[in-house]
Design a binder for this molecule. Structure first.
Ligand code: ADP
Ligand code: MG
Length: 233
């Protein structure tokens, strides 16, 4: 047993992969803001949660077997009406049952649509020698194709956090470009420190990804989260 009921539940089901909703619930404890997200287990529930959040909303597949949700046809963005939610619900389940017939489906996650921001990533993976290593980068192709990222081992110092953000090549994009407002870099520094504390306090976490975080001129919000646990001993 750990201090974390969410981790204990996954363990009791023999899982090491936490769903997006579970990962967001854990990360929220650190004070990092995550977009409001709730699990729906029926179409009616998806619509009623959407109305409570207010439109537009996002629907996503909630399954421990589907790690890359968009690739699987499991993400529908910018839904503006109950009938769009209704259709997205069917489309997601249709795509998943076709492409991943064996997947265990917990339901559909309904979330608020975040306003656009600069997409950044904070990640953690473990090095055999050094233990937890944090990663920072800008989202999308900058991370996937150009691998424009920085790394530091935990525990992070405030100075490490500042350097990690400033040493990526795309840093000028965070300082404001083409008349865009600069991003709240000190908030991102705080989040790196929070993730560093969090992973050091929860050694059963093997990997963590906040991908993407939408960064704004004031604050930021994580719209996707993924946590993988160490194999049970
Ligand atoms: P995955 O990484 O599993 O494919 P994501 O949850 O990251 O799925 O969603 C894919 C993309 O959709 C994100 O990179 C982001 O650009 C966008 N997105 C996801 N959730 C939201 C949201 N709540 N509000 C706005 N945009 C979102
Ligand atoms: Mg993602």
């Amino acid at each position: 047993m750990t201090k974390q009921p969410i981790i204990d539940k996954a363990r009791s089901e023999g899982r090491t992969i936490l769903t997006e909703i579970e990962s967001k619930q854990l990360i929220k404890q650190t004070g990092i803001s995550v977009i409001d997200t709730r699990l729906a287990t029926s179409r009616e529930e998806a619509i009623s949660i959407s109305k409570q959040f207010g439109f537009p909303v996002v629907l996503k597949i909630a399954s421990p077997d589907i790690v890359h949700k968009s690739d699987a046809g499991g993400v529908k963005l910018g839904l503006r009406t109950p009938s769009q939610v209704d259709k997205a619900y069917d489309d997601i389940l249709g795509a998943i049952t076709q492409k991943h017939p064996q997947a265990i489906i917990q339901g559909i996650s309904v979330q608020k649509m975040a306003r656009p921001g600069v997409e950044v990533i904070i990640g953690m993976s473990k090095d055999a020698q050094f233990g937890p290593v944090l990663m920072f980068g800008l989202g999308g192709i900058l991370v996937e194709v150009l691998k424009d990222v920085s790394f530091r081992i935990t525990p992070l110092t405030k100075r490490d956090a500042g350097e990690m953000i400033r040493e990526i090549k795309a840093y000028p994009l965070l300082e404001g470009y083409r008349g865009q407002e600069p991003v709240d870099v000190s908030n991102l520094e705080e989040w790196l420190l929070k993730v560093s504390d969090f992973v050091d306090q929860n050694p059963e976490i093997k990997e963590l990804d906040l991908n993407p975080i939408f960064a704004y001129s004031h604050g930021a919000v994580a719209v996707d989260a993924r946590i993988i646990l160490e194999a049970a001993h």
